[in-house]
Ligand binder design. Sequence first.
Ligand SMILES: NC(=O)C1=CN([C@@H]2O[C@H](COP(=O)(O)OP(=O)(O)OC[C@H]3O[C@@H](n4cnc5c(N)ncnc54)[C@H](O)[C@@H]3O)[C@@H](O)[C@H]2O)C=CC1
Ligand SMILES: O=C1O[C@H](COP(=O)(O)O)[C@@H](O)[C@H](O)[C@H]1O
Length: 257
Amino acid sequence: MDEPVLLTGAGGRVGQAVLEGLADEYEWQLLLHSPPDEEPDHEYRIGDVTDEEIVAEAMDGVGAVIHLAGDPRPSAPWPSVLSNNIDGTEKMYEAAVEAGVEKFVFASSNHAVGAYETDERTPEMYREGDDYRLDGTEFPRPGNHYGVSKAAGEVLGRYYHDEHGISVCNVRIGNLTRGHPPIDYERGQAMWLSYPDCARIHRCALEADYDFEIVYGISDNDRKYYSLERAKEALGYDPQDNSAEWDADEHVADYER
Ligand SMILES: NC(=O)C1=CN([C@@H]2O[C@H](COP(=O)(O)OP(=O)(O)OC[C@H]3O[C@@H](n4cnc5c(N)ncnc54)[C@H](O)[C@@H]3O)[C@@H](O)[C@H]2O)C=CC1
Ligand SMILES: O=C1O[C@H](COP(=O)(O)O)[C@@H](O)[C@H](O)[C@H]1O
């Protein structure tokens, strides 16, 4: 893969997890929304992903894109996701194919398929031993406008892959938390993505050869309702963390100390 890698949303949580794990492995070109408090260790630009000029400049000479920028709130209102998530992603793809970028990794979400979590299936599907699995071949089924915007981002990738040949990997990210899984939140524990595993799956998405993929980005949790098979098979993802290996009581004690 040619470098540098353009990372949008680099100042956010997922961006920090990616950079903490992979800072030294790639040449990075960061796109930040606003000026950073501290000078980054990498080349960067400030701008909005809906700004065609900024995006075209940022894309110049880039080999791959990890596109994280957007409104991450499950409660985000339609005008925000329409602009930041859908229009921003379209602008990013348009500039990427114009610049001849090889590979585009898109931060999709569990919320693209949130409505599979029906009253009949929950909370059992969040528990160890329940064998219900989504595997990425299912039709999107969002439960909010944010999820709609993530499903739209995946479909934009399908279009730009089919029409322009760019390799596309949609990572349906679960629940990223630093250091430990969410506490007292079964759903969050089932879809936990640790910071190191977040870096791992993005490394795999940069290194693997693929056409168009939809994979789930979670750790290897004992509780899970997302299959990791496609991420393992298509990307070679080998997650190392598991929410079951954290003792919440022990953690709370540590946290409060
Ligand atoms: N954190 C999580 O557990 C999950 C995150 N995701 C997705 O991962 C991506 C990153 O999420 P987080 O890091 O958690 O959010 P975050 O809010 O910490 O980071 C997002 C970054 O994108 C920037 N941004 C927002 N709109 C922008 C725009 N129009 N132009 C340029 N930059 C813009 C923000 O300033 C921020 O730095 C999002 O697309 C989110 O939907 C998906 C599933 C789970
Ligand atoms: O897509 C996202 O999902 C995570 C997990 O969803 P939640 O409903 O369990 O909070 C969320 O924390 C994150 O902000 C969002 O971008």
